[in-house]
Every structure is written in C-alpha cells, then in structure tokens.
Design a protein around this ligand. Structure first.
Ligand code: 13P
Ligand code: SF4
Length: 332
C-alpha cells in the first residue's frame, strides 16, 4: 500500500516588501530573525502612537525598515518639532534625543541605550562655556548640536554641520565663539570673513581620517569622488571634492551620481546610501561610531515594550536650551 505524505507548508517569507529595501545588504537567511523584531516594532509603534527618528549612521536594518523620519541632525530636530506622535524613539545618540525632548516637552522621548553618547558632547561642560563667555565678553556663542542641553543652555544659538555657515554669518557680527568642534569651526572659518574662536573638541570617528587616506584612495580607485564630513580635519576637507553634512553628502550622491564615490564618515552612511543607488560604486573605508552602534532593533523593541529609557531635561536648563535650538531653527 502506498502512503503519501503531504509536506507541511513552509511559513511564508516575512515582510517581503521591507526585505526588498535591504536585500543587497542583509542575507536572506538572516532576515526572518530581524523581521520578527521589525514586525513587533511596527505593531508597537501603532499601539503607542510612536515615531522613530533614525540618524543617517544607523544600520540599514533600522534605517530602511523602522525609521519614520531619517536624516541628519538638522532634519531630525526639524521633524521632531513637527511630529504629532505621543512617543518619539531616537535611533541615534543622546544629544539628539535631548534635542527632541527640548522641542517636545510634553511628549515621551525614549533612547534605546543611555550609553549612546558622543565624544564632542563629552568634550565640554556648561562651566567651560561660562568661562568662555567671561573671557570674550559680548562675543556670541554658537554651539554645535552635538552637546548636552546644559551646554546649549549657556549658548546664544545652536548650529548643525548643515547650517553652521548660515548661522555664523546670520548673526551679523565680526567675531563668534564656535564650540565644541575645533575642526568644524576651522572648516567654517575657511569659508567666511567672520572671525571664529574655537574649542578643542573632536569627533573620535572623523578625526581619524587623514589626507594620506585620500591620496591612497585616489591611487587605488582612479576617478573616485571624495566626500567628507566637516567634522574631519581641515587638511582632509581641503583634499576632498566636497564637504557637507550627512544629508548634504547623500544629496550630492543623488544629484551628481558620481560613478565611483567614497564618503569619509561613519560606515553605515555608505551602506544606507548605497542601497538607494545600486548603479554607483561605493568605495568603503570608514570608521565606526561606537555610540551610534549601541542602537539595535532589539533595544528599540525593548524601549517601546517597556517605555524606557525616558529622556528628561531639568526645567532650569530646558527653557534656555530650547531657545538656543529654536533660534537655529528660525534661521535655517
Ligand atoms: P550630521 O548633522 O551631519 O548628520 O552629523 C551628525 C554627527 O554626529 C556627525 O558625526
Ligand atoms: Fe559624535 Fe562623532 Fe559619533 Fe557623530 S560620529 S555621534 S560626532 S562621536
């Protein structure tokens, strides 16, 4: 007698539309595990009326699947000010979550890992800023958003790498203090007549790029177009073909379509942009930001399940810090 066995139907491939966005980066075999967290996050977002703001340095599994608003720190700040969600999850670093909280005092802002810091934010304290003000009375203080709310509170106005020149020149004064990124300050000083007094903070990711890196890249990859973030040292920016914020680099790639390109910045940036432009060749020497990499699908899911870790800003700081951020948003 012949017995036939009907095979159990294999479970369907999960979230195929989302997988199509990242299939050139994530092997098919790894997807079902990631998809489980992604599906849970999408459900939690609906249940809690939450949005996820994801910085350009987040890994593609986050950036291209669960991020509702993606971009550079200026875009994230702008969109944080506009959202009508009740909960904001910041897939990025702590200063970005603090900025979102400053602009949304009544909303719940969550960061999935409280250790997601930034070497620039660590390089300066509120007391340092007060000392700078005492030393240069009457000189306005322009503070990069990569700082704590306490430092912003001591400042006149904030800036990002995307609007720094506009902010510095928009003040209409001959001299400004620009903190804490020395290289950003020097790179802006090279483009303006405004005198700039800098602080010696550096980004631990971008300070490692050198002009020699660019020369050897040009040798090994003829014709490569080199884009650099303005947190890179000025001698690196001088040898690059273009320097701009993470959003400006992505725009450059989208509009100019260089057939062979390298982004001198954090590794995930190239991964994210390369997924959008499969026809372009991305050369990928890069440096990892250990702080950005603390954010994962797993801890985003956990943040929404447990509503942790809530970001708060002390009221005596929040009002003044918010003003500095709002002044920036009003100009740019
Ligand atoms: P962007 O504002 O250019 O996204 O830069 C943020 C940052 O942390 C770069 O290191
Ligand atoms: Fe800070 Fe540099 Fe990391 Fe950006 S890349 S978050 S500036 S340490």
């Amino acid at each position: 007698m012949l017995e036939t066995i009907t095979p159990r139907s294999a479970s369907p491939f999960p979230l195929p539309e989302l997988y199509s966005r990242v299939e050139r980066h994530i092997p098919r075999i790894e997807w079902p595990l990631l998809a489980e967290d992604i599906a849970a996050i999408l459900k939690l977002k609906r249940e809690k009326n939450a949005v996820i703001l994801a910085h350009n340095y987040q890994t593609p599994d986050i950036f291209h699947t669960v991020g509702d608003i993606v971009g550079d720190s200026l875009a994230l700040a702008r969109e944080a000010a506009r959202t009508d969600a009740d909960v904001i999850v910041l897939a990025g670093v702590h200063f970005m979550a603090e900025t979102a909280k400053l602009l949304n005092p009544g909303k719940t802002v969550l960061i999935p890992d409280t250790r997601a810091g930034c070497s620039l934010a660590e390089s300066i304290t509120a007391a340092d800023v007060r000392l700078m003000r005492a030393r240069y009375p009457g000189v306005p203080i322009v503070t990069y958003v990569n700082t704590s709310a306490a430092v912003k509170a001591e400042s006149d106005i904030c800036c990002t790498s995307g609007n720094a020149k506009k902010i510095v020149e928009g003040l209409g004064v001959p001299k400004v203090i620009m903190i804490p990124d020395e290289y950003l300050a020097l790179n802006i000083a090279a483009q303006t007549h405004v005198e700039i007094i800098a602080w010696k903070g550096h980004c631990e990711v971008h300070e490692r790029f050198t002009p020699e890196d660019i020369r050897s890249l040009r040798e090994s990859h003829p014709g490569v177009v080199v884009l650099a973030h303005p947190e890179c040292p000025p001698d690196v920016v001088a040898e690059a073909d273009f320097a701009g914020s993470t959003a400006a680099m992505a725009d450059y790639v989208g509009t100019k379509r260089p057939p062979r390109v390298v982004l001198l910045t954090e590794c995930s940036m190239s991964d994210n942009v390369a997924l959008q432009y499969p026809d372009l060749e991305f050369v990928r020497p890069c440096n990892l930001c250990p702080h950005m990499k603390r954010i994962t699908l797993k801890n985003i899911r956990h943040a929404l399940e447990t509503m942790t870790h809530e970001v708060t800003v002390a009221p005596e700081i929040a009002g003044r810090a918010r003003l500095a951020v709002e002044r920036m948003l009003a100009i740019s």
